[in-house]
Design a protein. Structure first.
Length: 349
């Protein structure tokens, strides 16, 4: 579990300290306030530590290994011209500093880089071990319809301008379904999702995803986008990627979805966080925020939920307010606009 992410001079954050909950973490703000940057930064760190642990015979991390691996991950996820472009723009040279602290102290990682850095970071604090499980990043775009051959195209095409989160998630979507003692738990997770989709997700030998319906299989790219997003989560649960002691980073889960499907997505998010997945969600939807808040308040057991409100200050940089409830965040511009519109609409009557 990530306990804290501390930043200095990272993109639009001159200085920030985010203290996360072990369950659900909701990052709220209008476009351009850095929501996706926070998700991608935390994801890049966690993925680097997990990818290093894929080789079970590899010894504990070294600074040399991490400096190369972390810099490469940051470049592939954010896709800047040079790594130093991720440092906050100021007159003269500047240095970005990042500290990521975990509940498991030996995983703590700190690094820095300057505005002049092309492709390297300096490791200040090196973790003493690797993570055991890859995290999941769900981007704003669904990936099931583009899955066939995507990884091979990504890996063999020079200059392909697509961020690495797409490739990473496609790899997890293509993993084998989990068998054995965990099957009962997986079935429990999948039942509400399959009810919402009206069927189950299958990966054909041809490498294409289908929605298995009572009437037969339907090509996934012919299915509504909201169902495809639920299908991604269902598949990641079926493979064990989203099953206990994992991480989920979901960027704008409400994107291009109608309110009914948003409610299904919110239920899924809460269900995952209730069952040991540390979830990070970035949103600017009042509907999604309210739904998550309602469900967390109605949950049978107390959930560890944290809210983070992002807003621009007079210098064009970002401020962060955080707390255990929405009321701790003060005014959020994107949410205020939706509230004002509701009020204007009600006044028409």
């Amino acid at each position: 579990m990530i306990n804290q992410l501390k930043l200095k001079n990272f993109t639009v954050f001159p200085e920030a300290e985010l203290n996360f909950g072990r369950g659900l973490n909701v990052i709220i703000g209008e476009n351009g306030t850095g929501k996706s940057h926070l998700l991608k930064l935390a994801y890049s760190i966690v993925t680097t530590l997990a990818e290093g642990g894929l080789d079970k015979h590899k010894a504990e991390p070294t600074k040399g290994q991490l400096q190369e691996a972390l810099a490469l991950k940051l470049r592939r996820v954010f896709m800047p011209d040079e790594l130093g472009r991720l440092a906050t723009r100021k007159r003269g040279r500047n240095r970005c500093e990042v500290s990521c602290k975990f509940a498991d102290g030996p995983l703590n990682t700190e690094f820095s880089f300057s505005t002049q850095s092309k492709s390297e970071v300096t490791i200040e604090t090196s973790p003493k071990k690797w993570l055991e499980k890859l995290p999941v990043f769900i981007p704003t775009r669904e990936l099931m319809s583009i899955y066939p051959n995507f990884v091979s195209i990504y890996d063999t095409t020079v200059g392909l301008e697509l961020e690495a989160t797409w490739r990473d998630t496609c790899l997890l979507l293509g993993a084998l379904e989990r068998r054995g003692p965990k099957e009962t738990k997986i079935k429990e997770f999948l039942e509400p999702l399959e009810a919402a989709m009206g069927g189950s997700v299958v990966l054909d030998k041809s490498g294409r995803f289908y929605l298995k319906l009572p009437s037969g299989n339907m090509e996934m790219h012919l299915v509504a986008e909201g169902i495809r997003k639920l299908g991604m989560v269902a598949r990641l649960i079926a493979t064990g990627s989203l099953l206990e002691k994992g991480y989920l980073f979901w960027d704008e889960p409400e994107a291009n979805l109608n309110p009914k499907v948003i409610k299904d997505v919110a239920k899924t998010i809460l269900h995952l966080s209730e069952n040991g997945i540390q979830v990070f969600v970035a949103t600017h939807s009042l509907f999604m925020l309210r739904e998550l808040n309602i469900l967390s308040e109605q949950a049978e057991k107390k959930l560890d939920v944290r809210y983070f409100g992002l807003s621009k200050n007079s210098d064009g940089m970002n401020d962060i307010e955080q707390g255990d409830s929405i009321e701790d965040l003060g005014d959020i511009t994107s949410l205020d606009e939706e509230l004002h519109q509701s009020q204007r609409f009600s006044e028409l009557g």
